[in-house]
Design a protein around this ligand. Structure first.
Ligand code: SAJ
Length: 407
């Protein structure tokens, strides 16, 4: 029996995959409404292939509970945000989940933490929690850290195909978990130590953050020089060992803007590049605002109420708005005394999140003269003309050279 703890954006697809791969699975979440919805069969997700996988998992007998059952393996996939002030990991959800599991798990159970944690968290918080429960790691319970790597928007395919890392204390647990994950994952599975697995995961997301920061900084330098950053990147990327990423309006989501802080928070003196990259990416929404004000001035516009932000999510074709560049931009506007003026539209977000949020594109278009493209949703890529007649500030390179203002 496998118990997946936390049925969020990682736990749920993982539970469904395991259930459709011949495992007996119970998914536990503390949110009773979510559990009821999952049980009813009417849970929805915009992830490709989700409805089919969900249906097959229900047919295979997956169960959803608010309680923790007795199981052989517990896979913990709960959030690990960072503490705003210290930038250190907030491991409280993981610790709470593990403590709950420890109350019910049988002797010999394996507890796998999939949630991203800062290096050292398993030693600092999880091992002491086991000791506190009067149990011994390696005898009563076995621990693992096996971080996920899947990307929102293509999660199910990446769950099956990506390579994985499994951190354990002993080879036998490693072999057992490797076999379990192999039931649905066809990628290479590397077994290593728990601390190495923790560091690897954070290193991966930090690598991406730094490289996006470089593209963003290059965009600023190119603008100062009157150069087209995209042309520079296209040419530079023809070098066999260069692959510069794409500048954008900022970095959102719940992974890349968070994980680097785990390193900066714990080792401020050792993480100059990582910290600087975070600052560059965090500066982008304000940079977009300054570009917007310059474009408005150039076109003789002064009324922010006639400006529309296209896109609220943190990237294209997902419905996830956490820490999105658009929300960051709205915060900057609030700080600078421009709150509640611009119009906002996102085809993926129907619930009302911000002021002047439009549900339909035509109403949004009627209200604006200038559109800032903050997300390159397929809707726009497939029909760039849908913003026809508007002045466009394009932060995502949807439009060809000359058709829109750039970052
Ligand atoms: N972005 C850019 N320019 C780029 C690439 C991305 O501005 O060239 C922006 C995006 O628009 C977005 C943000 O960065 O706002 C992050 O998006 P993303 O697609 O790079 O990554 P996430 O946060 O959706 O998922 C990441 C992935 N990690 C890596 O690629 C190293 C994913 O594999 C991880 O599983 C996930 O974090 C996680 O859960 O940790």
């Amino acid at each position: 029996m496998i118990n997946v703890v936390g049925l969020g954006y990682i736990g749920l697809p993982t539970a469904l995959m395991l259930a459709t791969s011949g495992q007996c699975v119970i998914g536990t979440d503390t949110d009773a409404e979510r559990v009821a919805l999952l049980r009813s069969g009417s849970f929805q997700s915009t992830e490709k292939g989700f409805p089919e996988l969900y249906r097959r998992a229900l047919e295979a007998g997956i169960r959803f509970e608010t309680e923790y059952p007795r199981a052989d393996v517990y896979i913990v996939a709960v959030p690990t945000p960072y503490l705003e002030e210290t930038k250190q990991v907030d491991a409280s959800y993981v610790v709470q989940a593990v403590k709950s599991v420890l109350q019910v798990c049988p002797k010999g159970a394996v507890i796998v933490v999939e949630s991203t944690v800062s290096p050292g968290t398993m030693d600092r918080y999880i091992r002491p929690a086991v000791a506190e429960a009067g149990l011994t790691v390696g005898e009563d319970v076995f621990l693992s850290h096996a971080p996920e790597r899947i990307i929102p928007g293509n999660m199910l395919r990446e769950l099956e195909c990506n390579n994985r890392t499994i951190g354990v204390d002993d080879p036998a647990t490693g072999e057992m978990l490797k076999k379990l994950y192999s039931s649905f994952c066809h990628g290479r599975i590397t077994v290593t130590g728990i601390r190495a697995a923790e560091m690897t995961k954070v290193a991966e997301n930090t690598y991406r953050d730094i490289n996006i920061a470089y593209a963003n900084e290059l965009a600023k330098v190119c603008r100062a020089q009157g150069l087209n950053v995209y042309e520079i990147i296209d040419i530079a990327n023809q070098h066999p060992r260069v692959n510069i990423l794409t500048p954008g309006p900022g970095v959102g989501g719940h992974c890349i803007p968070i994980d680097p802080w785990f390193l900066v928070g714990d080792w401020p003196e050792l993480t100059k590049v990582i910290h600087a990259a975070r600052d560059v990416n965090d500066s982008m929404p304000e940079y977009v605002l300054d570009r917007l004000l310059a474009v408005m001035q150039e076109n003789g516009l002064s009324d922010l109420r006639r400006v529309g932000l296209y896109g609220l999510t943190y990237k294209a074709d997902v419905d996830d708005v956490r820490d999105s560049p658009t929300l960051q931009l709205l915060q900057v506007m609030e700080r600078r005394g421009m709150a509640g003026q611009v119009q906002v539209y996102d085809p993926f977000v129907s619930r009302e999140l911000v002021a002047n949020q439009h549900r339909d594109l035509s109403g949004f278009l009627a209200a604006i003269d200038l559109a800032v493209v903050l997300v390159d949703h397929r809707q726009l890529r497939d029909d760039p003309d849908c913003l026809k007649g508007k002045i466009i500030l394009d932060t995502r390179r949807v439009y060809p050279d000359g058709a829109a203002y750039r970052l």
